[in-house]
Design a protein around this ligand. Sequence first.
Ligand code: HEM
Length: 403
Amino acid sequence: LYRERLAFAYSGYVRRDPTALLGLRPGRDDPYAIYERMRHQGDLVPTWLGNWSTTSHRICDAVLRDRRFGVRPEGEPMPPSEGVNLSFLEMNPPDHTRLRRLAQPAFSPRQVAGYGPRIERTVAGLLDRAPAEFDLVSAYAAPLPIAVITDLLGVPDARTDQFARYGTVIGGAIDGIRSLPHALRLQAARGELDALFRDLFALRRAEPADDIVSRIVAAEGDQVRPDEMLPMCILLLVAGFETTVNLIGNAVNALLDHPDQWKKLCADPETMAEKAIEETLRFDPPVQRTYRVALEPLELEGTPVRKGQYVATYIGGANRDPRAWADPGRFDIEREQTADHLAFSSGIHYCVGQPLARLEAVIALRALAQRRPDLRRAGRIRRRASTTIRGPLRLPVRGAGRP
Ligand code: HEM
């Protein structure tokens, strides 16, 4: 089963994906209608590969918190090196605990608050440069997390463009390799990124700074093995980039679909930006699902789950569970959040970067509402072809804004 999951992850998106069976064409259709169909079939639905899937908020949360589940079966090796090895995101304790502990201080409240002024400056610069009509993704949502993550990792300014390009190729492969040219592009990007990080490791061994790469090289041989350093940096790059771009994109997209909500935001951006981001994280989360595998035989809601069986936890479905939120299909930035959404997962893999992601998205949305309150669509949204990561590839908008 693990091989099947690997094959799914590495061999292209929909064919082995349970949502494909339910009729979801990646990127084009509304996955939420499919989640509702799944919900009608029950809280725990068997998949055609002999695994389980769930859109129940309660069960998703319980599985993600349950230590009898892991992200990989015990004793299985990490994915092959030609794939994308995402470090501790794909590890169970104790390795997960050891490596996560090394990354965690970079996201402490003090460190994250320190990024505020840099984020404000980046956002202001992007809005200064954006013409009246622009693509919200390439001109606004994407450059921001790249600037932040390169700062966090301490990538020298001269190399940030290269870094962003490789990061995009690698991030785009999370859902699987689609073709031979895609595999070759991925391999080339990996090679370039390896070289870039090797230079960075050497630099930080010689000249330590107050960044996470310096902390990683200082822990080398003690808390982190040499072969674990690169995947950890790639995880921070990929996890911190793709997801945040999509959160900003999904927020603006939902607000443009609901002009009354955009108006509410613009009337009071200082307080409403944060609420709008929280509602977007619930309503249209960038990460739509994750998986856990049973590490031992167990019972889930009275259903026996065998050791080695996977449970696909549909975050996008759980976030619209009517037992957790009233009228969950309604986008309402003033809604009372009656449950904790699962956009950042739950349990021991709960997103380590979430304070930073929230800060980036809130500042970006607030500035947009303040400076371009007349924002509207200037063309059709183009979505990414993925059923795991949801967000726009292109979101043409127009808004001349205030002089
Ligand atoms: C883990 C979502 C931003 C770094 C996760 C997981 C989710 C997630 C769902 C857990 C997956 C699972 O349980 O299988 C998001 C979303 C983001 C975001 C929606 C933005 C809106 C960031 C940022 C960073 C980051 C900005 C870092 C710069 C990580 C890392 C993990 C993680 C390192 C692995 C945690 C672990 O395995 O213990 N994220 N993330 N994320 N995220 Fe994020």
